[in-house]
Design a protein around this ligand. Sequence first.
Ligand code: MSP
Length: 513
Amino acid sequence: MPGRCLITTPIYYVNDVPHIGHAYTTVTADALARWHRLVGDEVFFLTGTDEHGLKVARSAEAKDVTPQVHVDEVSRRFAETWDLLDVVPDRFIRTTDPDHAVSVQAFLQKVYDNGYIYKSSYAGWYCVACEAYYGEDDLIADPHDPGEPARWCPIHQRPVEWFEEDNWFFRLSAFEQPLLDWYEANPGAVAPETKRNEAVGLIRQGLRDISITRTSIDWGVPVPWDDGHVFYVWYDALINYATAIGYGTDQERFEAWWPHVRHLIGKDILRFHCVYWPAMLMAAGEAPPANIDVHGFLLVGGEKMSKTRLNQIFPADLVADFGVDGFRHHFLRDTAFGPDGDFSYEAMVARYNSDLANNFGNLMSRVATVVAKKCDGVGPAPRPDSPLASVAAEVVADATQAWEQVQPSAALDATWRLIREANALLESTEPWKAEPGPEVDGVLGDALEVLRLVAILASPALTRSCVEVWRRIGLEGSPTDKPLAEVAAWGGYPGGLAVEKSDPIFPRIKAAR
Ligand code: MSP
């Protein structure tokens, strides 16, 4: 049954330029959106930038520019990076977009009208990098001065600051039981299960009301019922998911999409998405999100990437060496969605060479070469009783299930099984040594059919090469023109088409840098 699906990434802070960690979530979301479109779902794919808050205001000040100039510049770098990586969102939202302020105000006004927002004063330890207050117990000690009281942020490992403000509070404590009930009734809403359990654990520890406004800055969305206050950056940011589908500006559209959403997030922002956001939605009278899929960190040399550790890797550098498809394939295939993964350049070369150059690329080259030699360049039709037919059916089913479960790595692994089996068939039958005839035609027809199917199944990952393979085997249009169900059955390659023999699609990468 075709469905409707809003697929989202976190909106990224503009204090950092895009690195492979941001790209990991975003390419995964883009591939997932492409998969859902392939199966015929109506998809709205959303990404963007999170541009308000103290951290941004301070960075702009340090650069001696206005916050708007600063956010325009960094936001553009995110948009350009996604463009480079063939990431095509339906909307690139910016929290400085005018319709976003309308949605934030409408949403939080609703929460206020429903009685879940009240005024009080607040004092606490604040991490400007997280834009979050921390309780004493959450803080860690300065590693250079372990004897002193713990006053460091556990995430950013840098000092927190003492803040005192009069602000508006969200009555999060009222949602402890409703959230637990929701988790109980929707066991699959947050995946993987370990992350669901972590969220439930946070709720069970007890929820304190949270401050959702600031008076210390004006770089934010104004609180509609109290001049001089702006919403705290997180409660502005989370609402982007509602803005994009019309909350407060086109209510009919919002209702058509919400809550058919799949939020993809890193584990660092689990508390905001799996505790605060569902509670805010409940407070506004809306359903919590249907799906939140949490992934681990991409580590470099065993450590999280950060500006201060100087271990950030930028997508453009890898695209220069591996191409767009090499980049996308690596991050989708190498790290399972859920646990942490380690990035290394050597592993990227190895995977590129084995999956792309030696398997997919080699299948294409071999088939084109032998078709040129033995069939005058005209691709034969596959055999209905091919030994690969049942493999293909299993692969389509396995890949479908894996994409549905947001496991691109498993989906691509399943897809590559078909490539491996086709290469094995060619190696065991050696059509390049045989006389032209029905035997050779059958094997080559089967291999061409595998190329057709792989071009469809891998299209969410390899946005360019699948189109190229499709063209080289003589097919019209593109692999994504028809819904999967219409083209997934064995035998779709018609035969009688000109097959093009040309340069390797994935030239081998020889040396490590
Ligand atoms: N602005 C908030 C999110 C608001 S969403 C309403 C934010 N921004 S962020 O720029 O810090 O982005 C965090 C997200 O970037 C992570 O949740 C993850 O999706 C991605 N990643 C950033 N670094 C990463 C790794 N090293 N590894 C994997 N993903 C990482 O938090």
